[in-house]
Ligand binder design. Structure first.
Ligand SMILES: NC(=O)c1ccc[n+]([C@@H]2O[C@H](COP(=O)([O-])OP(=O)(O)OC[C@H]3O[C@@H](n4cnc5c(N)ncnc54)[C@H](O)[C@@H]3O)[C@@H](O)[C@H]2O)c1
Length: 252
């Protein structure tokens, strides 16, 4: 029970890594506030959280809308009485719309920034005052190895949003360390989730795996375990850090 008596808000809790983290955090004793645009998926996650022995408040909403994020936090605090963990997980990777700067439209650039960067801004803006009331807490941001290196298949708005989250992590760590609020960022490598599904088939997965030192794609639980460490009190001296979870890809 590494998260006993903790309350976590997890954005993008409907599918993929957000769902997996919701279930793992629940198994470890946390109450969950789940925020996702996909209300049906969120309800399924809520049922899994219940089966894991905890409860989730499922709030349908869009992280790029400040009112939705503010509302989820307010509802969550009203329900569970406090907030300890902000997990800014929701993000989109649109390989059919987000390209090199040469080819991306301003509109597509802005939507990706709004979800991937403004979402974490709203979550921290409205969540940090609640963490202060709790006497401290943990902020977990999700970056990407695509923020750490260039790739020939460019998704420049995605890459820039994830890169900016590294700077935000460090700024939050320095500003709020004295309040016992920590901020860390996880950089996943290629993780087999619904986000990647439209772009993968078995053959592509095999090819990608052969180029990863650990010789497999990641699964959502690989990231959930990293997030669990950062959410728990085991990491109380860890802030402003970047945790790469990519099977060794970035080490090459
Ligand atoms: N899967 C990967 O290979 C990979 C690699 C690096 C980083 N990431 C990042 O990890 C995070 C989670 O990715 P995933 O693979 O689990 O994605 P996913 O698509 O499988 O799940 C994302 C969830 O976020 C929700 N969501 C999307 N837009 C939203 C919005 N505007 N407001 C609220 N919820 C929204 C979706 O409905 C979905 O439930 C993302 O930030 C992603 O960029 C993923």
């Amino acid at each position: 029970m590494r998260l006993k008596d903790k309350v976590a808000i997890i954005t993008g809790a409907g599918l993929g890594m957000g769902r997996e983290a919701s279930v793992l955090f629940a198994e470890e004793g946390a109450k969950i506030i789940g925020l996702d645009v996909n209300a049906a998926a969120l309800e399924e996650t809520a049922a899994l959280v219940k089966a894991a022995g905890s409860e989730m408040l499922a709030v349908a909403g869009d992280v790029s809308k400040e009112a939705d994020v503010k509302n989820a936090i307010a509802q969550g605090v009203a329900r569970f009485g406090k907030l300890d963990i902000l997990y800014a997980n929701a993000g989109v990777l649109w390989k059919d719309r987000d390209f090199s700067v040469l080819d991306t439209t301003e509109e597509n650039w802005d939507i990706v920034q709004a979800i991937n960067l403004k979402g974490p801004f709203f979550l921290t803006k409205h969540g940090i005052p609640e963490l202060k009331k709790s006497g401290g807490g943990s902020i977990i941001l999700i970056g990407s190895i695509s923020a750490l290196a260039g790739f020939d298949l460019a998704q420049d708005s995605y890459t820039c949003a994830k890169g900016a989250l590294i700077s935000l992590t460090k700024s939050l760590a320095v500003q709020f360390g004295p309040d016992k609020i920590r901020a860390n960022i996880i950089h996943p490598g290629m993780i087999d989730t619904p986000l990647q599904a439209p772009y993968l088939n078995d053959e592509k997965k095999k090819n990608i795996a052969s180029g990863i030192p650990i010789r497999r794609l990641g699964v959502a639980r690989d990231i959930a375990y990293a997030a669990l460490y950062l959410a728990s009190d085991e990491s109380t001296f860890c802030t402003g850090s970047e945790l790469v979870v990519d099977g060794g890809f970035y080490a090459m």
